[in-house]
Design a protein around this ligand. Structure first.
Ligand code: ZN
Length: 279
């Protein structure tokens, strides 16, 4: 009997996070024969609509879900699950009084939803968004926090809420970006397009990410660059942030993916070159 296929679960907040954040990781592992499953908390209804898209405020959720499914196909993902919560927008959680949006859904309900997926997919490795959300978006931050809780509870026999057989994935990673790399790319963007500097400064993007010595896994994903660029292009309603970069920097920017290992906590030892190392 052939050995069981390895399984990777990717949890994200909005359609496009799977591609702009983790597309190369998905494509790299799918190409290596790993089953890659994607779960997305919301349909991204509160996103801004990029010029050139015919999406409307009413259709945006539907359009973005279709873009996610198209991108996941390009990347080679085995499945996409939508949890169906509503996008909170960039409004901070404490100011967002709408009970229907993702940040205001009771924590227990969100944890149950993520746990159900973990017990169903039974991944060896889980990858989610970074603790600062990568952009500070409250839905990204919540996806990280509650995926982490679900990761632990999925293995707990006393946690029966979502049903399903208990399952303990071996490792949980946060997809990160080293600040030193971010600085190089921001300089490249602003030297090419000085008009972008004010917008980038205001976004505070340079404050996100981690110091280089916190990176615990560094994966060479240069093998899937073409696939990644095709998946980026599926997200017409959002526009790819990588379109801002000088084209000759693209292979460098998208050639390596970086992670911190949350569980088991990394102790500063050897940097892993494969998320499945040791499994
Ligand atoms: Zn997002």
């Amino acid at each position: 009997m052939p050995p069981a296929r390895r399984r990777l679960l990717v949890t994200v907040a909005h359609p496009d996070d799977e591609t702009f954040g983790m597309g190369s990781t998905i494509a790299h592992y799918a190409a290596a024969g790993v089953e890659v499953h994607v779960v997305c908390a919301t349909r991204g209804e509160a996103g801004e609509i990029a010029p050139g898209s015919d999406a409307t405020l009413d259709s945006l959720g539907e359009v973005r879900e279709a873009e996610l499914r198209a991108a996941a196909d390009v990347l080679g993902a085995s499945s996409v699950r939508m949890l169906g919560f509503r996008d909170s927008g960039m409004t901070p959680a404490e100011e967002n009084g709408d009970p229907g949006v993702f940040v205001n859904i009771p924590e227990a309900d969100v944890i149950a939803a993520f746990t159900r997926v973990i017990r169903d997919v039974r991944p060896h490795v889980v990858v989610t968004m970074p603790p600062d959300g990568g952009t500070g978006h409250p839905d990204h931050i919540r996806t990280c926090q509650l995926t982490t809780k679900a990761f632990k509870l999925a293995a707990h026999p006393g946690y029966i809420e979502p049903g399903g057989l208990v399952h303990a994935p071996a490792k949980l990673f946060y997809k990160e970006y080293p600040r030193s790399r971010m600085r190089v790319f921001l300089e490249a963007i602003t030297s090419e397009r000085p008009e972008m500097s004010e917008m980038l400064r205001k976004s505070g993007i340079d404050k996100f990410g981690v110091d280089d010595d916190e990176i615990s896994a560094e994966i060479d994903v240069s093998d899937v660059l073409e696939i990644r660029l095709k998946a980026n292009a599926c997200h017409v309603s959002q526009g790819s942030p990588f379109d801002m970069l000088p084209p000759d920097m693209i292979p460098e920017v998208l050639g390596t993916d970086y992670f911190t290992r949350a569980i088991p906590a990394w102790d500063g030892g050897e940097v892993e070159r494969d998320l499945f190392k040791g499994l």
